[in-house]
Ligand binder design. Structure first.
Ligand SMILES: *[C@@H]1O[C@H](CO)[C@@H](O)[C@H](O)[C@H]1NC(C)=O
Ligand SMILES: *[C@@H]1O[C@H](CO)[C@@H](O)[C@H](O)[C@H]1NC(C)=O
Ligand SMILES: *[C@@H]1O[C@H](CO)[C@@H](O)[C@H](O)[C@H]1NC(C)=O
Ligand SMILES: *[C@@H]1O[C@H](CO)[C@@H](O)[C@H](O)[C@H]1NC(C)=O
Ligand SMILES: *[C@@H]1O[C@H](CO)[C@@H](O)[C@H](O)[C@H]1NC(C)=O
Ligand SMILES: *[C@@H]1O[C@H](CO)[C@@H](O)[C@H](O)[C@H]1NC(C)=O
Ligand SMILES: *[C@@H]1O[C@H](CO)[C@@H](O)[C@H](O)[C@H]1NC(C)=O
Ligand SMILES: *[C@@H]1O[C@H](CO)[C@@H](O)[C@H](O)[C@H]1NC(C)=O
Ligand SMILES: *[C@@H]1O[C@H](CO)[C@@H](O)[C@H](O)[C@H]1NC(C)=O
Ligand SMILES: *[C@@H]1O[C@H](CO)[C@@H](O)[C@H](O)[C@H]1NC(C)=O
Length: 614
């Protein structure tokens, strides 16, 4: 209600008191402070002191307050007694020993002038007045940035932020600051209108809106507001937090780059063309590639226009060329563009030429030449089937070819300047010819009716087939590049006599080898002959001794030792026979080893083949 009455007088004014002083024409000096400050809600104490020569008990004090230009009676004090209290102040007034008047629970409505009038009876002895200042420290200002952002191209001054300071008295000021520096209103550049609201409790709320033009650099600017108020005559300031705003600006520069770095792109790579513009928000991106006809072909269908990334998957020679990124700012429809050259390094057309090109035969030599097309300088390597390096340079000479050296040879072409760029081409260096039998189990010592294996091993290209001249169970198997066949047969009389033929053939010819079977019982039959000889010798000896006996009877008497001498060599002969027999056995072992030895020879040949490759 008091607030309503005072609503018109929003502006607080200081020092208007002199107008009221004419009444103090009497001689009594009344001393009062010009201003008393009290925080809203606290107790204000207004001193009023004077000196009366005659310590008269009839002296009393009238207190008034000024409402506009009218005096309104507040109370009367006699001694320390409070009389005739104003109803509006009932219960809030008290008087101290020194006759100072205390007003408790002050409100902003109490911010007025109080008059202390000393009277004696109806005579006014003197008076003075005090201005009561009621203050309320404002709450810390609250700032809210414009979330919509501001454009550097905006034709109107864009709003930056709003600031509110609540519940203060008297009304404070709000100032605006950018990066710590105070902003001042400027025509068409900076505006900061503020509004002052008096709340029902009499306190003020001040709010202010900052409008200011922004530049690109303001994307990093921090804004804050400050509220300024006075406290006991001192200037005080409370600051809001700092806020930033989104600044919209058109792109000024466009960057287009190839990732990964363009010097090393090779065929098969996945490449990204990344286009970046420094505008905010990002503009719309379009990609183009210059064709052979110098026409720019739109690639936008391959890309997402908002991302600014063109993905090229599995690039090849044809992907090379000039690419363009174009940006379009939707605000001002301005276009910017940037070109980049994509170089896809490649190796193509790898060819291996063989000289001679006609089918190779055992003993031939061949020269392999490797060629490829590439804009880069190339290195050549030759590798065998197992990946081992067998030569450098774009030519490889292979001599003394055999079936065993037949192999698939690869020419690996590399561009040392572009790591990982390589191509290879494989050729078959195949030696063709009629089969060559490399090992055969002959002669083979067997016993009749025994089951034995006849083994025949051969090599050839094209792959040959093995045939046996006798019936049996054949089992074919591969050993390295050789084809081997085991024929399991029961040794018959016919087989012992005739032996067997191994016949290896392919389209280019036939090779045959005979397996000779020898009966292991032959030495035993020799033994029988020897026994027969011994028997006949014994017979001869018996006959001899009979003759000797008859002769002794008739002519010369002979010693029995002679007979013994003859029989002893017989025994020795028997020993020799045994030795012969054991010789045979070792010979047989040697022969069997011989077939193994041949096998080893085959192994040696394949080693030689490896050596030849290196
Ligand atoms: C009021 O009091 C002050 C302080 O004591 C004094 O300086 C001033 O002269 C007084 N004014 C009048 C009109 O008595
Ligand atoms: C006035 O009289 C009272 C007692 O009657 C005394 O205490 C006081 O000091 C006197 N004041 C002056 C100013 O003489
Ligand atoms: C408010 O601003 C005005 C004008 O700039 C100034 O005169 C006044 O002292 C300020 N008030 C406060 C409390 O800072
Ligand atoms: C304000 O700055 C912070 C930190 O630099 C940033 O994360 C935020 O996005 C900015 N906000 C606006 C609206 O620009
Ligand atoms: C490159 O383009 C040509 C002509 O368009 C085409 O014949 C050729 O196959 C392409 N090469 C590759 C590797 O795509
Ligand atoms: C080819 O091989 C044979 C037998 O291994 C050898 O005598 C001859 O010297 C070799 N020739 C060449 C050119 O290596
Ligand atoms: C070469 O490779 C092919 C396919 O892997 C194979 O069939 C052929 O036997 C190989 N040639 C030689 C000589 O090893
Ligand atoms: C083929 O026969 C020979 C001689 O009996 C034998 O040593 C070899 O193990 C046999 N080969 C196979 C694969 O059975
Ligand atoms: C004979 O060859 C067969 C099949 O190749 C094999 O299983 C067997 O072990 C061989 N016999 C001998 C005595 O080596
Ligand atoms: C092999 O066996 C077949 C029938 O089993 C026979 O006709 C043929 O005469 C036999 N050949 C030899 C050489 O024993």
């Amino acid at each position: 209600m008091a607030g309503g009455r005072r609503a018109a007088g929003l502006v607080v004014h200081w020092g208007c008191c002199l107008l009221l002083c004419c009444a103090a024409a009497r001689g009594l000096e009344v001393s009062m402070p010009a201003v008393v400050e009290a925080e809203a809600g606290s107790t204000a104490r207004i001193e009023c002191s004077f000196y009366t020569p005659e310590n008269s008990s009839s002296t009393s004090i009238n207190w008034f307050y000024m409402d506009r230009n009218n005096r309104v009676r507040l109370c009367r004090i006699e001694g320390t007694r409070l009389l005739e209290e104003n109803v509006d102040y009932k219960g809030r007034l008290s008087v101290g020993e020194d006759q100072a008047l205390s007003i408790s629970r002050v409100t902003v409505q109490d911010a007025r002038t109080f008059v202390c009038q000393v009277v004696e009876g109806s005579h006014v002895l003197g008076e003075n007045q005090t201005r009561l200042h009621v203050y309320k420290v404002p709450e810390a200002p609250e700032i809210v940035a414009n979330t919509g952002g501001a454009s550097v191209q905006s034709s109107e001054i864009p709003e930056i932020a709003r600031c509110v300071s609540r519940n203060s008295f008297p009304a404070p000021n709000i100032t605006w600051h950018k990066n710590g520096e105070q902003l001042h209103p400027e025509d068409n550049m900076v505006k900061m209108p503020s509004t002052l609201t008096r709340e029902s409790n009499g306190l003020y709320t001040v709010s202010s809106i900052l409008f200011a033009h922004v530049t690109r650099e303001d994307r990093h600017s921090l804004y804050h507001c400050s509220v300024h108020y006075r406290l006991r005559g001192q200037r005080r300031t409370a600051e809001s937090r700092r806020v930033n705003i989104t600044v919209f600006y058109p792109a000024e520069h466009v960057k287009l780059q190839v990732l990964p770095s363009s010097a090393l792109v090779k065929e098969g790579d996945d490449v990204k063309l990344v286009c970046e513009a420094d505008g905010n928000p990002a503009p719309v991106f379009s990609f183009f590639k210059r064709g052979l006809d110098d026409v720019w072909h739109d690639l936008s269908s391959l890309t997402d226009t908002s991302s600014g990334v063109l993905n090229l998957h599995d690039v090849n020679k044809n992907s090379s060329g000039l690419y363009r990124c174009q940006t379009l700012d939707l605000d001002d429809m301005r276009q910017l563009e940037k070109d980049v050259e994509l170089v896809v390094n490649y190796i193509e057309g790898v060819r291996v030429k063989m000289e001679p090109s006609s089918p190779l035969r055992e003993g031939d030599s061949v020269r392999l030449s490797c060629n490829a097309h590439s804009p880069l300088s190339l290195d050549y390597q030759w590798r065998d089937e197992k990946g081992r390096m067998i030569g450098n340079g774009n030519q490889l000479f292979l001599s003394n070819l055999t079936f065993e050296t037949s192999s698939n040879v690869s020419c690996k072409v590399m561009a040392p300047s572009v790591p990982g760029l390589e191509q290879s081409k494989r050729v078959a260096v195949a030696v063709e010819g009629k089969p060559r039998i490399v090992s055969i189990s002959s002669p083979l010592y067997v016993r009749q009716d025994e089951e034995v294996n006849l083994t025949c091993k051969a090599i050839a290209f094209p792959r040959p087939s093995v045939h046996w001249s006798v019936n049996g169970t054949a089992h074919e198997y591969m050993e390295d590049q050789h084809i081997a066949s085991n024929l399991t047969v029961r040794v018959s009389h016919d087989l012992l006599r005739a032996g067997a033929m191994c016949r290896v053939s392919n389209v280019l010819g036939v090779s045959e080898e005979h397996i000779q079977l020898l009966d292991q019982k032959i030495p035993e039959s020799k033994g029988v002959i020897i026994v027969a000889i011994i028997v006949s010798i014994l017979v001869v000896a018996v006959l001899g001794s009979i003759i000797y006996f008859l002769h002794k009877k008739g002519k010369i008497p002979c010693g029995r030792t002679g007979k013994q001498d003859i029989t002893r060599p017989e025994a020795r002969k028997d020993k020799i026979v045994v030795e012969v027999k054991s010789d045979k056995v070792s010979e047989e072992a040697g022969l069997l080893q011989g077939s193994n030895g041949e096998k080893r020879a085959a192994a040696d040949q394949s080693e030689k083949y490896i050596d030849l490759r290196n």
